[in-house]
Structures are given as structure tokens and as C-alpha cells.
Design a protein around this ligand. Structure first.
Ligand code: DON
Length: 575
């Protein structure tokens, strides 16, 4: 009698072991034959999948999702913000659309300083003076007209329906809205009318209807960019700005244009990385770190070994110095990209990294050799042809500057906070930045957003990106390293605990369980200091071919999606 349970338990153990060999620490990624969409809000994911099912390509789906997230994920999805889209087409062409916000023409380098030259708290992050000229509508329209196949009205229709008829709030939606109850109360006339119910927070099961936003979406659906940058929507943006002591004028809206730029590219252990160029720092920093790491036997050192972590942390520390010191809007500063991505430079940085001694951030600075003198959303889509789109767009903070363009339903960004308000003073992400990122009229603030695509022999193998301010770069990077260096499947790579080092402050942030106590002790004995976890990222990633690189496909499935479990609104889904 006693033997049977024992045998059963042996069998159970054997089964568990077999299963755990397939998926070490995570549920299996979502798998599908014909395409995959991963976004931070489940209804937006369905919008994207529906477009793919009806024969649209990944760009059509990306534009439909972009508009839908503005409705169902209003904390970060947006019309009043900006972002980036990295595109890798099945025919091998690749491009990057920069629809980042720009400083208004009346902006000045010292606009957030008081008369004594001190930064005025919140001026660059709350209210109309924090608002950059929005780029999202221009970006979506350019993407669709140049790389999409569907009519504008068709891809905007789901967003209009969700705004007009409303959608039922689930726990994740309510959690997100709950982060901004005070902002909604402070703006009772606009935000408060939409996102509060008689002054109180909305609840699970309530329907969120956004009639004004539906009107604005219809105007865009009929007129394209002109429906946003001209006419009554534009007038509402300008009037609200002026009434709220902002500086956006019609001339700012008239001159807004999406830039099409060459992506940043580099190779890492046989894989080709296609990522965001300035005005994002993302691609440059990711590639700089990868160039440094490629010289170390990372796989052999092992996942989160003390030595492996040390090299990763130090590579991050060095690359963030360069980010904060040299990078800015390419129309305004000369970004030394060739130098930063030179393999000889990576070798010099490796030589400056001692194998068992943490670098001291204060001593690693521009001018000292070898260095010369919370809220966004990301989505990833691949279609059946192999076209891939990676989009990160944002209002900066959750719900941006906490203000709207009256009667349009459009929430406005606080992207101006990404500029250097004053050299040496940290912004909301603790980034201490330099002159290259000073405010100037028409200039875009430096970003960390890193929508990235990894290819092999010209074909997409991975699409990846995340929100998270300055932590975007490291979270995107670590997910790629988890897949390439450690053989994790895409869900394991997304789930794995992360760490973050950004030069200043000195300490490396650790997610819970990122480092074992004895590994931490070793690293501390080498001079490393650590701090606790920061706000969670929400990564959205897709792997093409198999759940892991070089792995076997599951049945006929070609696409494997991973939604980040750190937040409770997203969904990966294919068909
Ligand atoms: O462009 C940037 O780097 C920031 N404005 C992104 C903000 C962000 O990711 C906040 N999310 N948690």
C-alpha cells in the first residue's frame, strides 16, 4: 500500500522533470502558425490579430494597435505623445520611424529653471509647459501610407468603436487608472469627467466610454494627419496650451514631421540587431554593451554567475556614461556613433573593466579615458509573411503631463522632462545628462525607447521592447542576452529577474531573486553596491521559428509570443 504512492510520486517527479526540461521556469509562450501580436492591453492585442487575420500586414496591425491602445490603455497609449517604430520587412528592407515629440518653437534651454538657476520641481513633468509637440498621429499615418496595405478608415475603426461604445474595465485597467486618481481629480473638467465616476475611481466591470476621443479619431480617420495637426483638434491643443500657460502654437503643429531614419545595427554572436537610432539612445547603448560583452565567454560563465553579472553591470555602467554625455537629437548634435560602436573602442572599455573590481561611476566620466572629453508602452507584431514591427510609444509619465486638449479626449505628454533641464541635475529617471540633450526649439529630447528586431540572414528571429524609462535599454538587452547567451525560451527570457545599472547612481538595481545571497556577497566584495527593484517594465517579445533559438517548433507553430507577467493587462496572441 505504501509503495503505490511512492511510485506515483516518482512518476510525478519524473514527469515534472521532463516538463521542466522543456520550460525551465515559465509557462510556455503563446504559439501560433500565422502571426503573433503582443501588447500591454488584451483588447488591443485582439485588434491587431483581427487585422492580421483579415489579410493585413504587420504594419497595418501596428497602426490599428497604436490607435486602439490610445483608447484602451490611456496611461501610455496615445495620440498626444510620441514614439518610435522599427520595421523589418520580409523582403529584407528595414527602417525606423521617429515620431518623437519635439520642443515647441518658443522653448528655451533654461525654461525649467528659476531666476537663481535652480530646477523648478514638476515644471517639466506636470501641466501644459511640460508638453512636447505630439508626433504619434503623424507617425501612424506615415507608417500606414508607406508600408501598410489597408485603408486608414479600416485600421482606425476598432479604436473608434472602443472609444464610442466603451469597453469593460478589468482589474489591470482599474489598477492602472488608480495610479492617477489624484491627477484626474485635479483636472475635474477634462480628465475627471472621463476617468472618474461622479468624482470617484472607476471599478472593475464599469464601462469606460470616451466620446470626445471617438470624435477626434473620426476626424483623423477622415482627414489623416490634418485631422489632428489642423482644424478643430489642433485649435483645441493650442487653446488648451495657452490657457494652461503652455507654449504650443499652430506653427509647432504645422511643422511637425515624422523622420524616417536608418536604424542602428550591430552583430552579436551571429545575430544581427536592428534597433533605435538617436534621438533614442537605445540602439547605441544596446550595441555598445553587446560589443563589450562579446569579448567575454558569457555562456560559459553562466547565467547570473558573479563573474557574468560583473561584466554585464560594468558594460552597462560604461555605456550609460556615453549615453548621458554624448547623445542627442541628430538634427542638433553630432552623435559619435561610429566611435561608440567601434569594436576597438569596445576592446578599450573591456581593458578598463577589472575582472573582480567594480568600476566607480564617479571616476568613469567623459574626458577620462577611454571615454572622450514611468511610462510608456511597447508592442511587437509579426505577420505570416515575416514582416516585423516593433513599436514603443509614450506620454512619458503615466497619463503624461496630467492635462488634456479640452474636448478632444487627447491626453498630452510630458516628454520635455527627458531633456536636460540643467546639466548635473537628474530627471525623473535619475538620468544625469549633458549639453547634447539641452532644450532647443524644434529639438527632440533624448529617449531610451528601444524597439528592436533581431535578424539572422536577413530574416526576423526576434522582436522585443518595453517601457520603463532609463531601464528600457537594459531590460531589452537582458531579454536578448537571455535568449542568445543562455538559450532561454522567449517566455523564460521575459520572466527572468532583471537588474539595471545606469552609471549614476552608482548602485545597481536588482529585481527580487535576481541574485542569490552568496553571489551578491561575492559581488559586494568586488566593490559592487546594490539597491532594490524599481517599477516593473512590461516587455513584449516574439520569437520566430521556435520557442527558443535553435529549438524545435511546437507542431506547425512558427510564432512564439511572450507577454510580461509583471503587469496584469497584456496579452500575447496569434492565430
Ligand atoms: O523616451 C523615454 O526614454 C521615456 N520618455 C520613456 C518613458 C517610459 O518608458 C516610462 N515608462 N515606464
Amino acid at each position: 500500500m505504501k509503495f503505490k504512492p511512492f511510485a506515483t510520486s516518482l512518476l510525478a517527479t519524473a514527469l515534472t522533470l521532463t516538463i521542466s526540461c522543456v520550460h525551465a521556469a515559465s509557462v510556455a509562450p503563446a504559439a501560433a502558425e500565422n502571426g503573433m501580436v503582443v501588447t500591454a492591453q488584451h483588447l488591443a492585442t485582439h485588434v491587431g490579430v483581427d487585422v492580421l487575420k483579415s489579410g493585413g500586414n504587420a504594419v497595418d496591425a501596428a497602426v490599428a494597435v497604436g490607435y486602439a491602445l490610445a483608447v484602451v490603455y490611456p496611461a501610455a497609449g496615445n495620440l498626444g505623445g510620441g514614439g518610435f517604430m522599427t520595421i523589418q520587412l520580409a523582403d529584407g528592407r528595414k527602417t525606423f520611424l521617429d515620431f518623437r515629440e519635439k520642443a515647441p518653437l518658443a522653448a528655451t534651454a533654461n525654461m525649467y529653471l528659476d531666476k537663481d538657476g535652480n530646477v523648478v520641481p514638476d515644471l517639466s513633468s506636470k501641466g501644459h509647459l511640460a508638453v512636447g509637440v505630439p508626433g504619434t498621429v503623424s507617425g501612424m499615418e506615415l507608417a500606414l501610407s508607406k508600408y501598410g496595405t489597408r485603408k486608414r478608415a479600416e485600421v482606425i475603426a476598432p479604436a473608434i468603436k472602443l472609444a464610442e461604445q466603451g469597453f469593460t474595465l478589468e482589474q489591470g485597467d482599474v489598477d492602472l487608472l488608480g495610479t492617477a486618481t489624484d491627477q484626474f481629480k485635479a483636472d475635474a473638467k477634462d480628465l475627471g469627467t472621463i476617468f472618474l465616476d461622479k468624482g470617484q475611481p472607476l471599478k472593475v466591470g464599469d464601462t469606460l466610454v470616451q466620446k470626445d476621443l471617438a470624435k477626434t479619431l473620426k476626424e483623423i480617420s477622415g482627414k489623416g494627419s490634418d485631422g489632428f495637426y489642423k482644424g478643430w483638434v489642433a485649435k483645441a491643443i493650442v487653446d488648451s496650451s495657452q490657457a494652461g500657460k503652455g507654449i504650443i502654437t499652430q506653427a509647432d503643429l504645422d511643422r511637425y514631421q515624422t523622420r524616417e531614419l536608418a536604424p542602428i545595427e550591430c552583430d552579436y554572436r551571429g545575430y544581427h540587431v536592428v534597433s533605435a537610432p538617436p534621438p533614442s539612445s537605445g540602439g547605441v547603448v544596446i550595441c555598445e554593451i553587446m560589443n563589450i560583452l562579446e569579448g567575454y565567454p558569457m555562456q560559459e560563465l553562466g547565467y547570473h554567475s558573479a563573474q557574468g553579472l560583473h561584466y554585464q553591470i560594468e558594460a552597462m555602467r560604461h555605456a550609460y556614461v556615453d549615453r548621458n554625455s554624448y547623445l542627442g537629437d541628430p538634427d542638433f548634435v553630432k552623435n559619435p556613433i561610429g566611435h561608440l560602436l567601434d569594436r576597438d573602442y569596445a576592446a578599450k572599455l573591456r581593458a578598463a573593466i577589472e575582472p573582480q573590481k567594480a568600476g566607480i561611476s564617479q571616476n568613469i566620466k567623459p574626458g577620462v579615458a577611454p571615454h572622450e572629453g514611468n511610462n510608456t508602452t511597447h508592442y511587437s507584431i509579426v505577420d505570416k509573411w515575416g514582416n516585423a514591427v516593433s513599436v514603443t510609444y509614450t506620454l512619458n509619465d503615466w497619463f503624461g503631463a496630467g492635462v488634456m486638449a479640452s474636448s478632444t479626449g487627447v491626453i498630452l505628454n510630458d516628454e520635455m522632462d527627458d531633456f536636460t533641464s540643467k546639466v548635473g541635475v537628474p530627471n525623473m529617471y535619475g538620468l544625469i545628462q549633458g549639453e547634447a540633450n539641452a532644450i532647443a526649439p524644434g529639438k527632440s529630447p533624448l529617449s531610451s525607447m528601444s524597439p528592436t528586431i533581431v535578424t539572422k540572414d536577413g530574416k526576423t528571429v526576434m522582436v522585443v521592447g518595453t517601457p520603463g524609462g532609463s531601464r528600457i535599454i537594459t531590460a531589452t538587452l537582458l531579454t536578448m542576452l537571455n535568449v542568445i547567451d543562455y538559450g532561454m525560451n522567449i517566455q523564460e527570457a521575459v520572466d527572468a529577474p532583471r537588474f539595471h545599472q545606469q552609471w549614476m547612481p552608482e548602485a545597481t538595481n536588482l529585481e527580487t531573486f535576481a541574485v542569490s545571497p552568496d553571489t551578491r556577497k561575492i559581488l559586494e566584495s568586488w566593490g559592487h553596491t546594490f539597491a532594490g527593484p524599481q517599477d516593473a517594465n512590461h516587455l513584449a517579445a516574439i520569437l520566430v521559428g521556435a520557442p527558443s533559438l535553435g529549438g524545435e517548433p511546437v507542431g506547425k507553430n512558427r510564432f512564439y509570443g511572450a507577454n510580461d507577467p509583471r503587469r496584469n493587462t497584456g496579452l500575447s496572441l496569434g492565430y
